[in-house]
Write a protein that binds this ligand. Structure first.
Ligand code: GLY
Length: 316
């Protein structure tokens, strides 16, 4: 008997200001709609999470694709991962500068390469060779982000502060007020397979070449039919040290509900490393968890019976 499909998306966990709330909710809804169209038509969870993430990469609201935070040199550098829970195949790109939709390149890697990761120029070369057009880095940059970077760099220069992440300034840089708008999706299809995808522009003023958690298997993204599909958002360094997406999936494999595991993941992130962020998680029974320890996180989900979207939620 076919499984009832489920789709959950997130558009980042941080203290998004009031005037950005509606754009985040609408962006998450648009992504949900695109992914749901795939699932409703009998398509795979893998295709659905890819389509959902593409919509948010194309939306300037989010820190993914065009409109992402700028690095220290004023350039956009993007990371993305997609993973198939049925086969454990995965595709990831890191530090790419010339792709409007890094998740599309990640999907090509998953589907057409024996490898799992490509970074930088090699990733772009792979994408171009597989029919994905390259763009200029300027095509990914918007005035809002140029201004955000200018203000931030002016502030740290005025204060004579270092921007090392171990310094006080570094800690402030990763404060939930400033970042993180990473996007992601987890889906369950009619065949009972789950998948996950995550895409990000990373953190504001990051060092060139800095790779975050988002494109790392088990950190920013994970999917295994034997446990769960998860996508995280937030301060990448603590999330990757805790391998948080896999940590959460393991709790579900041990028999816990996704809503409990999502909340526990946030508790673990806070208690172990004083980290902050958010997570969406889904198992093969269609049970979901949404949790964050930041003031806000944009999310949306849909099942055959129900759909909802919002900005604040601490586990379902
Ligand atoms: N979670 C996104 C990043 O830290 O790059």
């Amino acid at each position: 008997m076919p499984t009832d499909p489920v789709l959950v998306v997130h558009g980042g966990a941080w203290a998004m200001p009031d005037d950005m709330v509606e754009a985040h909710i609408q962006g998450a809804r648009n992504a949900l709609q695109a992914g749901w169209r795939v699932l409703d038509g009998g398509g795979s969870a893998l295709d659905a999470v890819e389509e959902a993430v593409v919509i948010m990469e194309d939306d300037d609201t989010f820190d993914a694709g065009r409109g992402s935070f700028l690095n220290r040199e004023g350039r956009v550098q993007l990371d993305a991962l997609i993973m198939d829970g049925a086969t454990l195949r995965a595709g990831g790109v890191g530090c790419v500068e010339h792709l409007l939709n890094p998740v599309r390149a990640a999907r090509k890697i998953l589907s057409e390469s024996p490898h799992v990761y490509f970074v930088g120029e090699g990733a772009e070369k792979f994408a171009a060779e597989h029919g994905i057009p390259l763009c200029k880095n300027e095509d990914l940059i918007i005035p809002r982000e140029m201004e955000r970077l200018r203000k931030y760099q002016q502030e740290i220069a005025r204060a004579g502060r270092s921007d090392d992440s171990s310094s006080q300034a570094g800690k402030e840089l990763f404060a939930p007020e400033i970042s993180h708008d990473t996007v992601g999706a987890v889906g369950l299809d009619r065949d009972g397979n789950i998948a996950a995808a995550t895409s990000t522009g990373g953190t504001l003023n990051k060092a060139p070449g800095r790779l975050g958690d988002s494109s790392l298997i088990g950190c920013g993204c994970y999917a295994d039919n034997l446990s769960a599909a998860a996508s995280t958002t937030g301060w990448g360094e603590p999330i990757m040290k805790l391998v948080l997406a896999k940590w959460t999936a393991d709790r579900i494999a041990a028999g816990n509900l996704p809503e409990w595991a999502a909340q526990e993941a946030m508790n673990h992130l806070k208690q172990r490393l004083d980290g902050h962020g958010g997570i969406i998680v889904l198992n093969r029974d269609g049970q979901i968890g949404i949790a964050h320890n930041t003031p806000r996180m944009a999310w949306a989900y849909r099942t055959v019976k129900k759909q909802e979207a919002g900005i604040e939620r601490n586990a379902l």
